[in-house]
Ligand binder design. Structure first.
Ligand code: ATP
Ligand code: MG
Length: 353
């Protein structure tokens, strides 16, 4: 049992859309554990832009830096779509990842008992899913030089530079191998090395790092094939390590294999284990403010926080077991074909706790 010398400070950044609704439920669950946790909230994304003119205000960034861990909702708001790119809500999460050097994004996906009917896959295929996507978070097309220009023929041309240096690839490869060692010892590196220079470097570096992990079975797969294999036979995967863009797409795909995007949590870690925890879903403006959002991804993100940043693995297990038993008892939000509101789902998890 880990005893904490001081109370841990958790920054809650609810953000936009369904972010405030789902983080409120995750906070209730954290508070119910009886641990020595302190909470501080700050605006981020569209909410922060409307208050301060900046999607990532200095005070919010400051809180994120001071905190032991960050619970993040989601950012993105239709009313901000016409803003210049640097003012858009999405810049806030990109800025936090960059400022806090959160380069390793862990996205576990596993089928909860009783959710076979919610999966897009056949029950026997869905039951075999127990995988972890390790997505690189600080590089790739999201951070490369980008812009809009005019071609010689007078056509508008958008461009986003995809680049990785070997240091960036090495540290995410190490995170992938380490995760595979803690799990079933299998790592599949996903790239597009037959076409992309970045992917060729990716593959070379992953192979170099593999020499330090002789106990991990390494394989390589092109991303198009990986997308296919993920629905054909997801049980073949243990840990998948991949770049920022491919990881973004593959993890949304994995979410449908386990029933709903509203179930998948994520951890974004720096080299020292400090982390930001958020559902993989976005702000879902189509259902925001209606009490329809599934809070499980946010609640499970809080569990990852306890495990990876707060040294409380037993409390993390308790939350995960409570979510599993609430779902098994038939409590479901609309995305899973049920009638529970966001709050009722939070209540069901609290009751199971
Ligand atoms: P982002 O770019 O931020 O990832 P996105 O465009 O991928 O956003 P989401 O906000 O994740 O979109 O929403 C995709 C779909 O999934 C929407 O129809 C949304 O209503 C649904 N959805 C997302 N999160 C949840 C949730 N927690 N509960 C129920 N439905 C959700
Ligand atoms: Mg998305």
């Amino acid at each position: 049992m880990v005893t904490m010398a001081h109370s841990s400070l958790i920054a809650i950044l609810p953000g936009d859309g369904i972010g405030p609704e789902v983080t409120a439920e995750a906070r209730r669950v954290l508070e119910a554990l009886g641990l020595d946790l302190a909470f501080e909230e700050a605006p981020v994304g569209g909410a922060a832009y409307h208050q301060t003119g900046n999607p990532l205000p200095e005070a919010t960034l400051d809180l994120a830096k001071r905190a032991d861990a960050i619970l993040f909702g989601s950012v993105g708001e239709p009313s901000c779509d016409a803003l210049a790119r640097h003012l858009r809500p999405e810049q806030a999460i990109l800025g936090l990842r960059k400022e806090l050097a959160l380069f390793a994004n862990l996205r576990p996906a596993k089928l909860f008992a009783g959710l076979e009917d919610a999966s897009a896959l056949r029950p026997e295929v869905a039951r075999a899913i127990d995988l972890l996507i390790v997505r690189e978070l600080n590089g790739d097309v999201y951070f490369g030089e980008k812009g809009m220009r005019t071609t010689d023929a007078g056509l508008r041309q958008g461009y986003d530079l995809m680049s990785y240096d070997e240091g960036e690839v090495r540290r995410i490869a190490i995170a992938g191998f380490a995760a595979a060692q803690r799990r079933r010892g299998k790592l599949c590196s996903v790239d597009k090395a037959n076409v992309l220079e970045t992917s060729q470097l990716w593959r070379d570096v992953v192979i170099e790092v593999a020499a330090d992990y002789p106990d991990v079975a390494l394989s390589h797969m092109y991303v198009d094939n990986a997308a296919m294999q993920l629905v054909r036979d997801p049980g073949q995967f243990d840990v998948i390590v991949t770049g920022n863009l491919f990881g973004d797409i593959l993890s949304d795909q994995a979410s449908m294999c386990v029933g709903s995007i509203g179930l998948l949590p994520s951890a974004s870690l720096d080299e020292g284990g400090k982390g930001l925890y958020e559902p993989i879903h976005g702000s879902a403006p189509d259902i925001a403010g209606q009490g329809k959002a599934n809070p499980c991804a946010a609640i499970l993100s809080a569990a990852l926080m306890l495990r990876h940043s707060l040294g409380q693995p037993a409390a993390a297990d308790r939350i995960e077991a409570a979510v599993a038993s609430a779902l098994a008892a038939g409590h479901r939000t609309a995305d899973l074909g049920g009638t529970c509101s966001t709050k009722a789902m939070g209540d069901a998890v609290l009751a199971a706790l």
